[in-house]
Ligand binder design. Structure first.
Ligand SMILES: Cc1ncc(C[n+]2csc(CCOP(=O)(O)OP(=O)(O)O)c2C)c(N)n1
Ligand SMILES: [Mg+2]
Length: 345
C-alpha cells in the first residue's frame, strides 16, 4: 500500500502475508505478467526490425495492473482499453500470435491486420475495444454496464485509462452518470505519472488525479500500489463484488510507471535522471518473483513458466513472420454493423 496522508484517500491496507489468493491463482498472476512482459518486449524488437509499422504504446512496467484486474474477472466481464491496450487484451486470454499479427498487419492478426496496435478488440474474450480518443471509452463502458443492469446480468464493465485522462470532461461525466445510475462499472486509472511527455503533477490541481476527485462523485478515493499484482487482484475482487451486488461503481487509482517512452518512438528524455532506475527496483515482475519465493513456490516452477512463455512468444513471432498480409477484399468487410457496406449503395 502506498502511504498518502496528505489527501482524502481511503487507505486500503492489505497484508501480503494473508494468503487467501492460493498457489494456483498466484501462478496465474505471474504467468499473465510474464506473457505481457515478453510479448511487449517482442513488439519493441519487431519495431526495431521494421516489422511493426505505425505507432504502438507499450505497458512495460505496468503489467501487474492488467494481470490483477483480468485474473479477478469472470468470463463475460467486459474490458475497455486505451491505445495502451496490448496488456489488457493479452491478460483476457487473447493469444500472443493474434496480438503480434495485428501489430504486424498480417492476415493472422486479431482483426486481420485492419485495426492495428491501438484498436485491439475481441468480443469473444470480453475485450470490447481499445480507444485512442482520450476518455471516449468511459461513457461507452457506462453504456455496457447499463445494459447489464437493465437485463439483470451480473457482468462487470472494467474501464482502464491513464492519469492524463482525468483532466478530460468525459471522465467526470462518466463518473457522475455511473454513480447516479449505480452502474456495475469499475474505473481503473493507471497513474504512470506522465501523460505524453508532461508529468501529470505539472498540470493537475490535486495530488492524486483520480482518487482525489472521487469524493466529488460520492465515491471513496482509493489509491493502490499498481506494481503489486496481489494488491491489485484483491482490490479488483472487492470492486467487482460491490458492482455485482448492486453497490455501484468504483474508481481505483493504481500507482505505476512505464519503463519505455509514451509511444515506440519516444526515448523518454524528459524524465528526471534516476527516476526510471528507482521504479525498476519496484518492477512488478521482479516483485512477483520474490512473492512466489516468499510463499514457497519453487524456482523450478517459476523457470518452467518463463521457458514456456518464451517459447510461446517465439512460436507466435515465427507464425506472424510467415503469415501473409490480408487480402484486399477485407477492405469491404466488417465495416458496418451488418458486416458489409452494401446498404450504402
Ligand atoms: C481527446 C484526445 N486528446 C489528445 C490526445 C493525444 N494524446 C494521446 S495519448 C495522450 C496522453 C494520455 O496520457 P494518460 O491518460 O496519462 O495515458 P498514458 O499514455 O500515460 O497511458 C494524449 C494527450 C488524444 N488521443 N485524444
Ligand atoms: Mg499516464
Amino acid at each position: 500500500m502506498v502511504k498518502d496522508t496528505g489527501s482524502a484517500i481511503q487507505e486500503v491496507t492489505r497484508s501480503v502475508h494473508n494468503d487467501d489468493i492460493g498457489e494456483a491463482t498466484r501462478l496465474e498472476l505471474y504467468r499473465s505478467q510474464v506473457i505481457i512482459r515478453e510479448a511487449e518486449q517482442r513488439a519493441y524488437d519487431l519495431f526495431l526490425q521494421n516489422l511493426v509499422k505505425g505507432t504502438s504504446h507499450l505497458s512495460l512496467g505496468q503489467e501487474a495492473i492488467a494481470a490483477g484486474f483480468a485474473t479477478a474477472m469472470k468470463p463475460g466481464d467486459l474490458s475497455f482499453c486505451t491505445y495502451r491496450g496490448h496488456a489488457h487484451t493479452l491478460a483476457r486470454g487473447v493469444p500472443v500470435e493474434k496480438v503480434l499479427g495485428e501489430l504486424m498487419q498480417r492476415d493472422n492478426g486479431l482483426m486481420r491486420g485492419k485495426g492495428g496496435s491501438m484498436h485491439l478488440t475481441s468480443e469473444e474474450h470480453g475485450v470490447m475495444g481499445s480507444y485512442a480518443i482520450i476518455g471516449a471509452h468511459l461513457p461507452i463502458a457506462c453504456g455496457a454496464a447499463l445494459r447489464a443492469q437493465y437485463k439483470g446480468h451480473d457482468d462487470v464493465s472494467v474501464c482502464f485509462f491513464g492519469d492524463g485522462t482525468t483532466n478530460i470532461g468525459a471522465f467526470h461525466e462518466a463518473l457522475n452518470f455511473a454513480v447516479i445510475w449505480k452502474l456495475p462499472v469499475v474505473f481503473v486509472c493507471e497513474n504512470n505519472h506522465y501523460m505524453e511527455y508532461t508529468a501529470i503533477h505539472e498540470v493537475t490541481a490535486v495530488k492524486h488525479p483520480a482518487a482525489d476527485r472521487a469524493p466529488a462523485y460520492g465515491l471513496d478515493g482509493i489509491v493502490v500500489d499498481g506494481n503489486d499484482a496481489d494488491i491489485v487482484y484483491r482490490t479488483a475482487q472487492t470492486a467487482y463484488a460491490k458492482a455485482r451486488a448492486g453497490g455501484g461503481p468504483s474508481l481505483i487509482e493504481c500507482l505505476t510507471y512505464r519503463h519505455s517512452g509514451h509511444s515506440r518512438a519516444d526515448p523518454g528524455k524528459y524524465r528526471p535522471e534516476g527516476e526510471l532506475e528507482r521504479w525498476k527496483e519496484r518492477d512488478p515482475v521482479k516483485i512477483y518473483r520474490e512473492r512466489l519465493a516468499q510463499f514457497g513456490i519453487s524456482e523450478a516452477a517459476v523457470t518452467a513458466i518463463d521457458t514456456e512463455v518464451r517459447k510461446m512468444v517465439d512460436d507466435a513471432t515465427q507464425a506472424c513472420i510467415k503469415a501473409p498480409p490480408p487480402p484486399e477484399d477485407i477492405l469491404f468487410t466488417d465495416v458496418y454493423a451488418d458486416g458489409g457496406w452494401a446498404w450504402r449503395n
